[in-house]
Design a protein around this ligand. Structure first.
Ligand code: HAM
Length: 417
């Protein structure tokens, strides 16, 4: 038997209602905030991500599905959306200074990571990006949108971790201070962190290794290095969140795993998840447009992992109920009634009722069993007398009541659900 590729999952019909619920909620909430959906191809030229996400990141170094296509071009399956979306917006030429454009997406992404609970090689994200506002109001709108979405799903307990990486001037000063500190402790750092020290020292703060955690505890924190502009931005974000009643936890070591961030960064955590407890994150990125060849344009956004949201909903027992396959099952007692049964089914579907018919040429008893199995509330029975008199018998399967009506009355008949 050929198995699916490790770290990928089929979404079978018995769980599809959860996906419809998440997709629909994502769409409704995004539209309430004035965001419009943008879809991009699932693969891009590799440089979109190597330049966008950053050469020093785990995503680019270790996790990308990259291959040469038959024309010899280096192609990468998108590991995230922000760089693709910015590429698409630059290409379409639709962004302007002083005019905000807002996008959302719900799509599959690809990262070659070690699969475990909540970590897949093809996973899905719901995300949104707000382009062209440099102001903290847009950081907060993005966080507010995530808050509305999480609430709409019925998730009440989660942590919003918040930090500022400041502008590039603040970050440079901090970077030097951090390098100095880490160099003094270099021999105790893991090899991974020693390597990061040179290329991407902020990522050492993110290390999950015991040794590194002990050292990093005493490291300088970026919030002490913010200049006035960066401080003002962060203070405004916090005060707006306060006035909206959105709780957060200042997390000075939160740096995120992608290179494009500045100023506000944030992450969502849930105790319902195991080791992979972060179910989403985002932040401001003011240099990504110019890095990808566009005009310098400030922007902010977030993405949430859909599979991780499903794990949370599952643990809270809040997955939506699976919809019945059919509302009505047409039971036909004789093979000669096939065309009649198919026509009746059409009339029922025209009423908006999900209608199934017998496709296995089974006995009446077996058809009634099937009606129950597919969750139908009604069986519409076609026997000799119904066939001859242009009638149907409607049996309410939960009440065991039934009545016979002429087919001309089907459009008005009140099926109760
Ligand atoms: P990210 O933190 O790399 O950010 O991913 C966001 C979320 O996607 C994670 O919190 C997690 O829930 C989910 N995720 C990531 N990798 C996997 C995986 N291998 N398996 C399952 N779920 C996963 C970004 O991707 C940024 N583009 C977010 C952003 C948008 N920043 C600004 N705008």
């Amino acid at each position: 038997m050929i198995q699916a590729v490790r770290g990928t999952k089929d979404i079978l019909p018995d769980t599809i209602d959860t996906w419809y619920f998440l997709e629909e909620t994502a769409r409704i909430i995004s539209e309430l905030y004035g965001y419009r959906e943008l879809r991009t191809p699932s693969f891009e030229k590799t440089e979109v991500f190597s330049r966008g996400v950053g050469e020093g990141t785990d995503i680019v170094n270790k996790e990308m599905y990259t291959f040469l296509d038959k024309g010899g071009e280096s192609i990468t399956l998108r590991p995230e959306m922000t760089a693709s979306l910015v590429r698409a917006v630059i290409q379409s030429g639709t962004y302007q200074q002083n005019s905000v454009s807002k996008y959302w997406y719900f799509a599959p992404f690809y990262r070659y990571e070690r699969p475990q609970k909540g970590r897949l090689r093809q996973f899905h994200q719901f995300g949104a990006e707000c382009i062209s506002s440099p102001y903290p109001e847009s950081d907060v709108e993005i966080i507010q949108l995530t808050h509305s979405f999480i609430q709409a799903l019925g998730i009440e307990e989660y942590k919003l971790m918040l930090n500022s990486l400041g502008n590039s001037a603040s970050r440079d000063v901090y970077r030097n201070a951090l390098i100095e500190f880490l160099k003094d402790n270099k021999e105790n750092l893991t090899e991974d962190s020693r390597n990061r020290l040179e290329i991407n020292p902020l990522r050492v703060l993110d290390s999950k290794a015991e040794n590194d955690i002990v050292i990093v505890k005493n490291a300088p924190i970026i919030l002490d290095y913010l200049d006035n502009e960066s401080k003002d931005h962060f203070e405004k974000v916090k005060s707006l969140l306060d006035s909206l009643g959105i709780g957060y936890e200042i997390t000075p070591k939160l740096v995120r795993g992608l290179d494009y961030y500045c100023h506000t960064v944030f992450e969502f955590q849930s105790s319902a998840l195991g080791a992979q407890d972060s179910f989403g994150g985002g932040g401001r990125y003011n240099t990504l447009f110019s890095q990808l060849g566009g005009k310098e344009t400030p922007a902010v956004g977030f993405a949430m992992g859909v599979e991780r949201l499903i794990l949370i909903l599952e643990s809270l027992n809040k997955l939506p109920k699976t919809e019945a396959e059919a509302d009505v099952f047409v039971v036909s007692l004789n093979l000669d009634f096939q065309a009649y049964a198919a026509n009746i089914a059409q009339i029922l579907r025209a009423k908006g009722l999900k209608t199934a018919t017998d496709l296995q040429r089974r006995s009446m008893k077996a058809q009634m069993r099937e009606a129950n199995k597919c969750g139908a509330k009604y069986a519409v029975i076609i026997g000799d007398s119904e066939f001859e008199n242009k009638q149907i018998t409607i049996k309410n399967l939960s009440e065991s009541s039934q009545e016979t009506i002429g087919i001309e009355l089907i459009p008005e008949y009140d099926f109760k659900f």
